[in-house]
Design a protein around this ligand. Structure first.
Ligand code: XMP
Length: 321
């Protein structure tokens, strides 16, 4: 891998910001650029960095792929509007669900999401806006894991031999590619992003699709979305690195009101980790696990079984897909 990591201890956030603002300005020149904001630390940092460099030469979009958490597009767009960055929400739900129809293989799902983002949605946005550049928050861990063949991250292109200019008609700029999460948080903080953004637990690019085992349909995403809300509400105060709900493909026999109920399984994961490269399950109090089981099976009645993952990464990974 040719990219060299810029470690947290060697990072001077103010200097880094200044350098990246200059780089972005000089690459884009008098042209225009687009970027997609998801509200995660990485894309939020890129948005503010690029907005500082380009002002209204930058058009920021929130791609509503139908795979996000509840109310996320509106909430994030409103937060950035308050920071002075206009955000346009693009409704691409149909495109993503059409692309994911019938696919169960994890890598094929990732590929479908990647292609829909880059080939369909971004290409259309680029065409409409006349922009020639796409800014995105690829980080060092994304590249490392993709190159190592662990899991292809949805935003990795060049390292997989894809020339975006040739394939899609635009050039990708990745200002955070040398940084891991803790360093990106430091840059976000120096850019005066609100704490709720720079301290946010990571959230994967493929969004809730990374947490649906088997076919990703609107109904199955809605189910995991409801469970996610409960898990986030209950585990936020743990301060853990990341906590999530996963919908399993297999159904299991359960019972409700004295009758057989063949239902869904939700797996809860809660991780202690520094930078997502390795992780171990948080030793949650049993009472917390009890509340999670109770709330999920009551508030998401299609679910009859809730489990807690007790495996470390490796051999597990943080997400399920
Ligand atoms: P994994 O599941 O590979 O996740 O252990 C490592 C960290 O990266 C976050 N993340 C992603 N994970 N695909 C993923 O599988 C992605 O495109 C992606 N983007 C971010 C993940 O949530 C975890 O923190």
């Amino acid at each position: 891998m040719q990219i060299k990591e810029l470690k947290l201890e060697d990072l001077h956030p103010e200097e880094f910001i200044e350098r990246k603002v200059e780089e972005i300005t000089s690459i884009v020149g008098s042209g225009s650029a687009i970027n997609a904001l998801s509200g995660g630390v990485d894309s939020s940092t890129v948005t503010v960095l690029a907005h500082r460099a380009l002002g209204d030469q930058l058009k920021t979009h929130f791609i509503d792929n139908g795979l996000m958490r509840r109310d996320e597009p509106q909430r994030i767009a409103a937060l950035f509007e308050e920071l002075g960055v206009p955000v346009e929400i693009v409704d691409a739900k149909k495109q993503f669900f059409d692309a994911l129809k019938g696919i169960t293989d994890p890598e094929a799902k990732r590929e479908a999401i990647t292609q829909t983002f880059y080939k369909d949605v971004f290409r259309m946005l680029v065409k409409e806006s006349g922009a020639r550049y796409l800014l995105q928050g690829t980080n060092y861990t994304d590249v490392e894991e993709t190159v190592a063949g662990i899991k292809r991250q949805h935003n990795i292109l060049e390292q997989m031999g894809i020339d975006t200019k040739e394939a899609y008609g635009y050039t990708v700029i990745e200002p955070l590619i040398q940084l891991r999460k803790p360093a990106i948080r430091a840059v976000a903080r120096a850019l005066r992003l609100p704490e709720e953004i720079y301290k946010r637990p990571p959230f994967p690019g493929p969004a809730l699709a990374a947490r649906v085992i088997g076919e990703v349909t609107p109904e199955r995403v809605e189910l995991v979305r409801k469970a996610t809300k409960i898990v986030e509400e209950e585990l936020e105060r743990t301060g853990a690195f990341q906590y999530l709900a996963i919908l399993h493909e297999d159904k299991v026999t359960g019972m409700r009101a004295g009758k057989r109920d063949y239902g869904m399984q939700i797996e809860v994961r809660c991780w202690d980790s520094e930078d997502a490269r390795t992780g171990s399950p948080t030793k949650l109090p049993y009472e917390t696990l009890d509340i999670l089981a109770e709330r999920i099976t009551t508030e998401v009645p299609a679910v009859v079984s809730v489990t807690y993952n007790i495996t470390k990464k490796p051999p597990s990974t943080i997400e399920a897909v």
